[in-house]
Design a protein around this ligand. Structure first.
Ligand SMILES: C[S@@+](CC[C@H](N)C(=O)[O-])C[C@H]1O[C@@H](n2cnc3c(N)ncnc32)[C@H](O)[C@@H]1O
Length: 187
């Protein structure tokens, strides 16, 4: 397997990784090929790597510090009558897990946002970055379901977390895009 280098890692993640409690459990949610899984493993954290398609992280499967979970985050247990609220229960594999950190990069499923803080332990860190409104000019995603609204991460996550930093706007690296980035701590 290719060695994990810091250049593979989202700079927003490496900026706030030092805030994660030492040796605390990290969840790489929608982990893809596991660039952040490898990054946190190398920093001495146990990691849960979750994705609906975990073929990208098979190389980590033999690592005793890594738990790979294949799970569809968009298959709710219960949808309320007006289809506005989706409810998960203990079947959500990270529900109330007392995680030291959750990392989400380039993935959005709105019903999950309020649930993330419930899975963090006190002092746990949420590091989130994904695309927002305006990104459609530069490329995918263009579907509004996958694009954050202005201020959305702050507004939603600050109900349960103490915001450490927030950014939204245009970036030109690693490619031109409009993104939103959030880091917060569970009180
Ligand atoms: C753009 S990739 C980002 C991967 C990784 N977070 C990164 O930044 O390198 C989006 C990931 O979300 C995962 N994904 C999409 N829908 C999902 C779902 N319903 N449940 C779980 N994972 C999903 C995809 O399989 C893919 O690996």
């Amino acid at each position: 397997m290719k060695a994990q280098t810091d250049s593979d890692v989202c700079p927003w993640v490496s900026k706030f990784a030092p805030l994660v409690p030492t040796a605390g459990m990290v969840m790489d949610l929608a982990c893809g090929k596991g660039r952040h899984t490898g990054y946190f493993l190398a920093k001495g954290h146990p990691v849960i790597a979750l994705d609906r398609d975990t073929t990208g992280v098979t190389a980590f499967a033999d690592n005793p510090a890594c738990k790979v979970i294949t799970f569809d985050l968009e298959a709710p247990v219960l949808i309320d009558a007006d289809h506005k609220t989706m409810t998960y229960d203990a079947q959500l594999p990270f529900y109330e897990q007392e995680l030291a950190c959750i990392v989400v990069v380039n993935y959005l499923y709105r019903p999950l946002l309020p649930l993330l803080s419930q899975s963090l332990r006190s002092g746990g860190i949420l590091i989130y970055q994904t695309f927002m409104t305006g990104n459609d000019v530069y490329g995918r995603p263009r579907n509004p379901d996958f694009l954050l609204k202005p201020g959305e991460l702050s507004e939603t996550l600050n109900r349960d977390l103490e915001q450490i930093d927030f950014f939204e706007g245009y970036v030109d690296t690693p490619k031109p895009a409009v993104i939103q980035s959030y880091c917060g701590r569970k009180p």
